[in-house]
Write a protein that binds this ligand. Structure first.
Ligand code: SF4
Length: 315
């Protein structure tokens, strides 16, 4: 079983994407209230070789020997990939060996204020950073970063990166009603987008319940209103969770095991990842489909978010 190369998973933004996880769960510079991977256990900006580059390379070679090409190879996973000191070398290894496949990096963007990190990203084909707020107060409410990260430096890092990086940048903003959808917040965000100048601004909603009380996904109508308010040519709404029939890599066996497991007892994403031996991101894709079909439901407990079967009588 591979440990750091996972999927391919169906991605709403990238199609069928092979994930490469360079970080142990959950090392991140943020502890976002909506994180699908659970609470951050090591909140840090320290860059280290958290996962050995050699191990990643061995897993990649083995994957491509035995499997068809995905549409994208994506550095993503259960933490912030740019914290891995050797992520640039992994990108170069990918481009050397599978130059026909585009490499994307899913990042929270917090390390882009570091010129070394910006330089290491240059060989990737597509960067997908996120920006959920442009004010320090809401930054601490939503993303809960390492205290030393200031919103101004974070946005400036994105601006500097845009000036240096000639390929595509798709900036994601997750709309969280009650957190970042006030007029003041939306105006600050619009101003930041206009200064950053990404190729696309992707307006997204939560697929799944978040980790704190009161957090909910924005409805499609709410997203439409915000898109209209911003009136930016390069803004688009990310479609809702993919349906089972749209997922070419959807395995009925995995779905069956998930349902069989949570029928016996409610489980967290991490429990299911351990039972199935697949990455949490992959488990999350199945849970999104099952929740969309109203087969399962989530329950918030002190140990995290648990998934259980939805009773026939429940709404
Ligand atoms: S930046 Fe990503 S991995 Fe880190 S806490 Fe936020 S959502 Fe989770």
């Amino acid at each position: 079983m591979t440990k750091h190369v996972f999927g391919p998973v169906p991605s709403r933004r990238l199609g069928i994407s092979l994930g490469v996880d360079l970080i142990p769960r959950k090392v991140c510079s943020f502890d976002c209230v909506y994180c699908e991977c659970g609470a951050t256990t090591k909140l840090t900006v320290e860059r280290k070789e958290y996962v050995l580059q050699k191990q990643i390379e061995t897993e990649l070679v083995s994957y491509f020997k035995n499997n068809p090409d995905p549409e994208y190879i994506t550095l993503s996973g259960s933490g912030e990939p740019t914290l891995n000191l050797h992520f640039g070398q992994v990108i170069r290894f990918l481009k050397r060996n599978w130059s026909h496949l585009p490499v994307a990096v899913l990042t929270n963007g917090s390390l882009l204020s570091d010129p070394v990190v910006r330089k290491e990203l240059m060989e990737a084909d597509l960067i997908l950073p996120s920006l959920d707020t442009a004010s320090q107060e809401v930054f601490f409410r939503i993303n809960r970063p390492v205290e030393s990260i200031k919103i101004g430096d974070y946005i400036q890092g994105l601006i500097d990166f845009r000036k240096e990086y000639r390929k595509k940048i798709w900036l994601e903003v997750l709309i969280l009603p009650g957190f970042n959808d006030s007029k003041k917040e939306l105006d600050l965000l619009k101003d930041a987008f206009q200064r950053i100048k990404p190729d696309k601004i992707q307006i997204n909603s939560l697929d799944r319940p978040g980790r704190v009380e009161g957090l909910r996904g924005a409805s499609h109508n709410e997203l439409l209103q915000i898109k209209k308010y911003w009136n930016l040519e390069n803004a688009e709404i990310i479609p809702a969770a993919l349906q089972r029939k749209q997922l070419s890599s959807y395995s009925p066996n995995i779905e069956e095991t998930i349902l069989g497991t949570i029928q016996r007892r409610p489980c967290t994403v991490q429990d299911l990842s351990t039972v199935l031996g697949i990455h949490v991101n992959e488990v999350n894709k199945y849970l999104a489909v099952l929740e969309g079909r109203k087969i399962i439901r989530s329950i918030r407990e002190t140990r995290g978010l648990f998934y259980a079967m939805k009773e026939q009588t429940e709404e």
